[in-house]
Design a protein around this ligand. Structure first.
Ligand SMILES: [Zn+2]
Length: 194
């Protein structure tokens, strides 16, 4: 049945306790999960993000969505990094089973932290195992921005936020803005506007 309306969720902002909760395994795909994945993609596109995890829409299920534009999937030599991985990705019950020793540092943003950017060091390459929307277990290797986005989203599913991976110096420099953000979120939760 075609749905007449796609739900765009409100994105939860830093300070919302749901962002610190760990996701529960989904273990079995049903129509509700397929609908949720579609709505998460729409919510992410609407917010102009490249990744979104369930906690960011107030749910504690192990599902995240990612869509890296082709033009962003390139290295310094302008070569495609992950040409065989089809976008968008819906990752259910994802599990990272290999992280490279080699790391790199790059500026990251997050839809739950409007206007905040900061460098995060992460392994350059990863291997991931997950369940797709057909219920099949799949795995692949990724590098570049895709590897980074996957690690950022899997962190969300574990209740870990990107600011926790920033340097102490950077966190101190952001502390005032983060405090204001937490306060504003707490106020909007209290008045019921979230
Ligand atoms: Zn994020």
């Amino acid at each position: 049945m075609e749905r007449s309306r796609i739900i765009k969720y409100c994105i939860r902002i830093y300070g919302d306790p749901v962002l610190k909760k760990r996701a529960l395994l989904i273990e079995g795909i049903n129509p509700e999960i397929r609908t949720l994945a579609q709505d998460m993609l729409e919510t992410m596109y609407d917010a102009k993000g490249i990744g979104l995890a369930a906690q960011q829409i107030g749910k504690t299920l192990s599902i995240c969505v990612i869509d890296i534009p082709v033009e962003a999937d390139i290295n310094e030599a302008s070569e495609r990094q992950n040409p065989e991985i089809e976008m968008p990705l819906v990752l259910i019950d994802p599990e990272l089973f290999h992280l490279s020793k080699q790391t790199d540092s790059r500026e990251e943003g997050c839809l739950s932290f409007p206007e905040i950017m900061g460098s995060v060091v992460r392994p350059s390459e990863i291997k991931i195992r997950y369940v797709d929307l057909k219920g099949q277990v799949r795995q692949f290797q990724a590098c570049g921005l895709l590897a980074r986005a996957i690690q950022h989203e899997v962190d969300h599913l574990n209740g870990i936020l990107f600011i926790e991976r920033m340097s102490q110096v950077k966190r101190v420099s952001l502390s005032g803005r983060l405090k204001r953000m937490r306060k504003k979120t707490a106020e909007s939760i209290k008045t019921g506007s979230v």
